[in-house]
Design a binder for this molecule. Structure first.
Ligand code: ADP
Length: 154
């Protein structure tokens, strides 16, 4: 069974994340969207909300699951029997960061393979950071968010 883990903070999930997962659905038997819970990090949305948003966005995708984890990503993948990490690449900044992490994960994760999908042109400037800044400023971040999330935000 080909299992991939799509790890991140998803604070909150954007159309950019959703696009990567949808495009990866045909490549894997199962995709686990896994939120790393770091107790020293301050999140904008509480864990339960972020999970609710992801579940709503993927309600019609039976091979996509949502989970949380606290250990090293590579160890989490091993526990789940996942041999692949799924990542999105927006630009060269993403690449520089991801390149290092992919090597690290291959080393400590027993050849854990990182699979990159290049961000779709229309979403390459979307980020959770931008969404949070708009929401903090009282603006409408609707265009960046999956419709199911917009509905939940009311
Ligand atoms: P973190 O905060 O831990 O970096 P994110 O939730 O920001 O995690 O991102 C998780 C993954 O989603 C990363 O691989 C990131 O490159 C990818 N990603 C984020 N936004 C987009 C986007 N607009 N298009 C494609 N991939 C994206």
């Amino acid at each position: 069974m080909r299992i991939a883990v799509f790890a991140g903070s998803f604070d909150p999930i954007t159309k950019g994340h959703v696009d990567i997962v949808r495009r990866a659905v045909p490549l894997f038997d199962k995709i686990i969207i896994a939120m790393g819970i770091n107790s020293s990090k301050n999140y904008y949305f509480p864990t339960e909300k972020r999970i609710e948003f992801i579940k709503a966005a993927f309600a019609e995708y039976p091979t996509v699951e949502v989970d949380t984890y606290q250990q090293l990503t590579a160890f989490y993948c091993k526990e789940k029997g996942a041999h692949f990490l799924l990542r999105g690449l927006r630009n060269s900044t993403d690449f520089d960061y991801e390149n290092t992490i992919a090597h690290l994960n291959a080393t400590i994760g027993d050849n854990l393979e990182t699979v990159f999908l290049v961000a779709a042109a229309e979403y390459s400037c979307y980020s959770s950071t931008v969404v949070r800044e708009i929401l903090k400023g009282g603006g409408n971040a609707g265009i960046f968010l999956p419709e199911a999330v917009v509905r939940l935000l009311g």
